[in-house]
Design a protein around this ligand. Structure first.
Ligand code: ADP
Length: 270
């Protein structure tokens, strides 16, 4: 499902202009990371996609719907948004109730709800915890409940807000697998992240924001070599890219295998 953002401006009550004319298009099935310093407008931008916020000026079109003309409830069937802090999202007394809430609300029948809940719990490793209160679980597991509650709605677009922050290695690996699987199913996956290694290893396109504007937008390796622009919004390129830049590699390297191949080419040229 295509998302079009046309000259989007947004001011919070009290006058902070959080978005100052953002233009971008995300095509169906894209894998996109949004990076940039705190306060650069990332969350404000994605909250326009599910209608939590409405433009002060400009337009946001999600699958042909102008979000100004549709409710949050309608847009919830199209864009799933996983909050950074699961405690802002969870409110049911059981894991099962929490994960079933979304699909029930979207009007799925009982069989579909059951299927979606089972599949979401399996993907997030929560099988067997159906009757547990989410608040009796660890922070990592609670995060997974929040992820499962959005996966169960089977939306064509899924937005993760800081999915890896504060998570252990096992949970980060599981999130990586979920992102890849959703991408494999043809869904649009967007992540706001400060985790630049997670970003370069898993996302094809990177949008860099600063002061309510898009500073860079393109292929991950190309964008993450733009050290000066990244520095202006407090983003450090991934370590391997930095090392490659210092060594004078003529192509960006996104992972260890690419680094080794580039290093061997670099050595043979010397
Ligand atoms: P990011 O997600 O990149 O950290 P945000 O979208 O949260 O950035 O914030 C963009 C700007 O909007 C910041 O200046 C922030 O202080 C301001 N802002 C965010 N939420 C609110 C709010 N609820 N009320 C007023 N200002 C806000």
């Amino acid at each position: 499902m295509k998302i079009e953002v046309r000259d989007l401006r947004f001011s919070y009550p009290g006058g902070v202009e959080a978005l100052c004319g953002v233009c971008l298009t995300v095509e169906a099935g894209e894998l996109v990371a949004i990076v940039g310093q705190n306060g650069s407008g990332k969350t404000t931008l994605v909250k326009h996609w599910n209608g939590l916020l409405k433009p002060t000026a400009g337009e946001v079109i999600v699958g042909g719907w102008n979000t100004a003309d549709h409710s949050v409830a309608q847009l919830a069937a199209r864009v799933g948004y996983i909050f950074q802090n699961p405690d802002e999202q969870l409110f049911c007394a059981t894991v099962c109730g929490e994960v079933a809430f979304g699909p029930q609300n979207l009007g799925f029948d009982e069989v579909e709800v059951d299927q979606q809940v089972k599949s979401a719990l399996a993907m997030t490793g929560l099988g067997g915890l159906e009757q547990t209160n989410p608040y009796d679980l660890s922070t990592s597991r609670r995060k997974m409940v929040a992820v499962a509650s959005v996966l169960a709605m089977n939306t064509p677009v899924i937005v993760f807000d800081e999915p890896t922050t504060g998570q252990d290695h096992v949970t980060i690996e599981r999130i990586r697998e979920i992102v890849q699987r959703l991408h494999g199913e043809g869904k649009t996956v967007i992540a706001i992240t400060h985790d630049i290694d997670f970003c370069v290893e898993n996302f094809e396109r990177v949008i860099v924001m600063g002061n309510g504007r898009v500073l860079l937008d393109g292929e991950a390796g190309e964008v993450l070599t733009q050290e000066a622009v990244l520095a202006s919004t407090a983003v450090d390129p991934p370590q391997l890219i930095r090392l490659g830049l210092r060594l004078g590699f003529n192509q960006p390297v996104r992972n260890v295998d690419e680094f080794i191949a580039a290093y061997q080419r670099w050595k043979s040229r010397r």
